[in-house]
Ligand binder design. Structure first.
Ligand code: GLP
Length: 236
């Protein structure tokens, strides 16, 4: 299978085989791929070469590592429309996936100057500071840090953000969501992001910063979301 005389690097040839296995559905999305030992035997190359090939495909998002259980063929990326405000929970539900959150921070504090300006509130007003890891079918997809004025989400509890912040705003508070302004940029996973999203350090991350407004135009949320690039894409 591998042509050692070819000028094409061996790890690259292996990657091509792996891609073909996935395209032909010999290796199925969401399922584990053979162990390094088996691949080493199958391709008749060193373990280091297998590692290099697999790592490259993990970095591209074609394969993914799950801690403690091996390497898997990635599922399709979650796609989010950019033209409307969509709650993470709804987005997952639309795709038949189970949304869940790990809350890493939930507190009430005063906003800093940037936050106060973005949310158009007084520097002395209280805000909720919420940081959550958002998961789809137990796979971490994004880290979201939301700053929300207490005046809009008064009474917000941990169990509400465990489920859906936007549902709380719409159903319990009776507000309608409006539009948003956002910027998207590419960054590399820092050590912290890499731990929280279970991706390699320096792997591609889509970072979104946005201010979402209520229908009335009042800013509701200043949020920074960091999506694992291999598991997420946007469309417009
Ligand atoms: C999306 C948005 C976030 C928002 C979240 C609310 O992910 N990018 O800005 O905070 O949805 O999701 P949920 O209603 O599931 O808490």
């Amino acid at each position: 299978m591998i042509n050692k005389e070819s000028p094409i690097p061996i790890y690259y040839q292996i990657q091509e085989h792996i891609r073909e296995n996935i395209n032909q559905q010999k290796w199925v999305k969401g399922e584990a791929i053979p162990s390094e030992r088996i691949l080493t035997e199958q391709f008749g190359v060193s373990r280091m070469t297998i590692r290099q090939a697999v790592q490259g495909l993990v970095d591209e998002g074609i394969l993914m590592r799950k801690r403690g259980s091996g390497t898997f063929v990635s599922n399709e990326k979650v796609e989010q429309p950019l033209k409307e405000i969509t709650s993470f929970t709804k987005l997952m539900e639309q795709r038949g996936m189970k949304a869940s959150s790990k809350i890493t921070l939930f507190s009430v504090r005063k906003p800093n100057e940037v936050e106060a300006e973005k949310l158009q509130i007084d520097i002395e007003a209280d805000v909720y500071h919420i940081e959550r890891i958002r998961l789809g079918d137990e796979i971490p997809i994004a880290i979201e840090t939301s700053i929300v004025p207490c005046s809009i989400a008064e009474g917000l509890k941990e169990e509400d953000i465990q489920h859906s912040l936007y549902e709380f705003i719409e159903v319990k508070k009776g507000y309608q969501l409006g539009d948003a302004k956002q910027s998207i940029e590419a960054i590399g996973a820092t050590e912290r992001i890499s731990k929280l999203l279970d991706v390699p350090i320096d792997s591609p991350i889509l970072q979104i910063e946005r201010v979402a407004n209520l229908r009335s135009g009042t800013p509701l949320e200043y949020v920074r979301s960091q999506y694992a690039g291999g598991r997420f894409k946007f469309y417009l």
